[in-house]
Design a protein around this ligand. Structure first.
Ligand SMILES: C[S@@+](CC[C@H](N)C(=O)[O-])C[C@H]1O[C@@H](n2cnc3c(N)ncnc32)[C@H](O)[C@@H]1O
Length: 261
């Protein structure tokens, strides 16, 4: 299909999403398939439609952001977080600032709150959770999930923090209150600072090398001294020293103070 370059520019102006930072082949193929499914025949006619029709626009954003998530995704890494990383961070400081970067529909930040409740009283827990997709953030704040998404979550958490109704699981207010959901575009917006733990999983895979490079540098600036970056299971950082990040455990990197020149 012709006209992708012009489409990317117009989408950026309309939505603030810079498709140039996403891997081109994968993204173009996905969008083409959505266009065909909606019975349009060109990028141009599809763009005019999403410009006019906010429902179609939301569907487009929702489709290209890929919101798949689950509680305790890759459970073995959550064990490392619990037994090694949180205790390591607690040796550095007693109050932890935690940021879940591409939180999708909330499974990740809510999992964090449940895990942190083993270390802190609830009123001392606060997780900042951000995503580019407002639709996903809305679902996250509603907090209703399928049984399947809870498969890896320790059973005691399911029992303590969910209420089952009509085959769905609703998360308790106690957990919900500890997460602050906010819209944030990783490619454009300012990042929070002094984070002790940044959890950024299953989003870097969609970005170009250049975009990833920029994001890792910004994460370095966002971390507190000794703070930890937790990445997805296919997203290990090649040559993390470039970013003054040091592997602590597989999938966990710690910020190393830079030498003064
Ligand atoms: C596959 S989900 C990952 C969810 C969760 N972190 C996990 O590992 O289960 C990817 C998320 O990245 C978000 N995303 C994509 N591009 C983004 C951007 N530029 N800024 C912030 N979030 C973005 C999507 O909206 C989506 O919710």
């Amino acid at each position: 299909m012709q006209g992708y370059k012009a489409f990317k520019e117009k989408v950026y102006k309309l939505t603030g999403i810079d498709l140039n930072s996403y891997k081109e082949r994968q993204m173009k193929r996905r969008i083409e398939s959505l266009i065909s499914r909606n019975k349009f025949t060109s990028f141009n006619s599809y763009f005019n439609a999403i410009k006019r029709d906010s429902k179609l626009r939301d569907e487009f954003i929702n489709y290209l952001t890929i919101n798949v998530s689950e509680f305790y995704r890759n459970p073995e890494q959550w064990k490392v977080l619990e037994h090694n990383i949180i205790p390591y961070l607690l040796e550095l400081r007693s109050n932890l600032k935690i940021w879940s970067v591409a939180c999708s529909t909330g499974e990740e930040p809510y999992s964090l709150v449940m895990l942190l409740s083993k270390f802190f009283p609830f009123d001392q827990i606060l997780v900042l959770a951000t995503d580019i997709d407002r639709g996903a953030l809305e679902k996250a704040s509603i907090g209703v999930y399928s049984e399947k998404s809870l498969d890896n979550l320790p059973k005691e958490f399911v029992q303590s923090f969910f209420v089952k109704s009509d085959g769905k699981y609703k998360i308790s207010e106690k957990i919900k209150k500890r997460v602050n959901f906010r819209h944030l575009n990783l490619l454009e917006d300012r990042y929070p600072n002094q984070c002790d733990l940044i959890i950024c999983r299953n989003v870097m895979i969609y970005f170009t090398e250049e975009a990833k490079d920029n994001i890792y540098r910004k994460f370095y600036n966002s971390l507190s001294n000794g703070g930890v970056l937790f990445v997805g299971s296919t997203e290990q950082i090649i040559l993390p020293n470039r970013y003054s990040l040091v592997p602590l455990e597989t999938f966990f990197y710690k910020k190393q103070a830079r030498m003064k020149k």
